[in-house]
Design a protein around this ligand. Structure first.
Ligand code: YYY
Ligand code: CA
Ligand code: CA
Length: 362
């Protein structure tokens, strides 16, 4: 059975989060800027919403230029730590839709691959249902839209997700790969940058179709063995690279909805225990210890809050996890009057168990 891979890409991510937090921004052009140490005049655009894009505003453009293109746009400074929190919540949703905890690969703050070969039994109809379900879960829980691409490998899934944006879903079945790739300009191939595009253009190669039919020896002569072979494969829609967590030292987390929105301590703490058990099972399976504990609450108004604690040293102890998670959850209960909708617990700063126990055990 061939693999089935999903790539998920949040739409205009930073600006979408800002719109979510302040609905009055929805019908305005929103530009999120990374200001340099020279202040407002020196910054560059991180991203912008689609209204701003219609005015010609693009990522990496000087904010000053963006302002001249759309003087009535709302300019906001990047809030990276906050976006990271939203990202962590979204990544939990995505990971929970992958075949296994390990069949998941976050590639940037707002993009990830998941393998779903087993869950969809290799069937692209079922794969589409999973893709639509992911979009719905992200929208319901985080009120953000995303674009989804589904294909037989990472390369095709990644290119499929950018095919229809925003809020799109594109399925490329194995038999459709050739037709999908061939008419594209080579620069659309994921992994081809400006320099490669120019070199190929000098060789008279502009379309993926031309690259696919090019003699691999000719490509190797210009680009070297690895890159030459990669170019030939990519243009032919071949990509064997596995979906794999990049760092073993990432994070392990679980999130779930309460039976109904509530502030009932028993209900919340008993779900928390279940989540902690799941997390601990994965911690043991991966043979890691953790140095920080994070608890997340999504309130009934969809607002999300996170609390984290860093421990003195790395542990893999259930009691320490549950104790810290409960204390932080208690603080949430004391601080707010809104019902809880979903809760999550996560361990970070993972370290591989070296066989030797922590210093404290000696
Ligand atoms: O997916 P798409 O709508 O085309 O782009 P984004 O989701 O806005 O890009 C992801 C995320 O990356 C963006 O919200 C800011 C960040 N980013 C950046 O900081 N600087 C860039 N030059 C490009 C993107
Ligand atoms: Ca994106
Ligand atoms: Ca991105």
């Amino acid at each position: 059975m061939g693999r089935v891979i999903i790539h998920v890409d949040m739409d205009y991510f930073y600006a979408a989060i800002e719109e979510r937090e302040d609905p009055s921004l929805r019908d305005k052009a929103v530009v999120v800027c990374m200001y340099s140490n020279r202040g407002e005049s020196g910054g560059a655009v991180s991203t912008s919403n689609y209204i701003a894009r219609e005015a010609g505003i693009r990522s990496a453009m000087p904010c000053k230029l963006a302002r001249s293109k759309k003087p009535d746009a709302v300019f906001l400074p990047v809030r990276k730590p906050f976006y990271e929190e939203v990202s962590a919540n979204i990544m939990e949703i995505l990971r929970s839709n992958a075949d296994t905890e390990e069949a998941f690969e976050k590639i940037s703050i707002d993009e990830a691959f998941l393998e779903i070969t087993v869950s969809c039994k290799g069937d692209y109809g079922l794969a589409e249902e999973i893709g639509l379900r992911i979009k719905q879960e992200v929208k319901e829980q985080e009120r953000i839209t995303c674009s989804v691409g589904i294909g037989p490998n990472k390369l095709i899934a990644k290119m499929a997700s950018s095919y229809q944006k925003p809020d799109g879903i594109t399925i490329v079945r194995p038999e459709d790969v050739d037709g999908f790739l061939k008419p594209m300009p080579v620069k659309e191939l994921w992994g081809i940058g400006k320099v490669t595009e120019e070199k190929l253009s000098e060789m008279g190669i502009n379309k993926v179709e031309e690259l696919a039919s090019c003699d691999v020896m000719e490509l190797i002569a210009v680009f070297g063995k690895n890159k030459g072979m990669w170019l030939k494969d990519a243009a032919s829609g071949i990509d064997e690279s596995p979906v794999k967590e990049r760092t073993a030292t990432d994070q392990i987390g679980r999130m779930a909805s309460l039976e109904h929105d509530s502030r009932n301590e028993n209900m919340i703490f008993s779900l928390l225990e279940e989540l902690v058990d799941d997390v601990m099972e994965k911690v043991r399976k991966r043979k890691v210890s953790f140095r920080s504990v994070t608890v997340t609450v999504i309130f009934s108004n969809f607002k999300t809050s996170t609390k984290s604690r860093t421990l003195n040293h790395a542990v893999n102890d259930r009691d320490i996890l549950i104790q810290n998670a409960r204390e932080m959850m208690k603080q949430f209960l004391e601080k707010s009057e809104i019902n809880f909708r979903r809760i999550g617990v996560r361990v970070d700063n993972l370290q591989e168990n070296t066989g030797q126990k922590s210093l404290f055990d000696f």
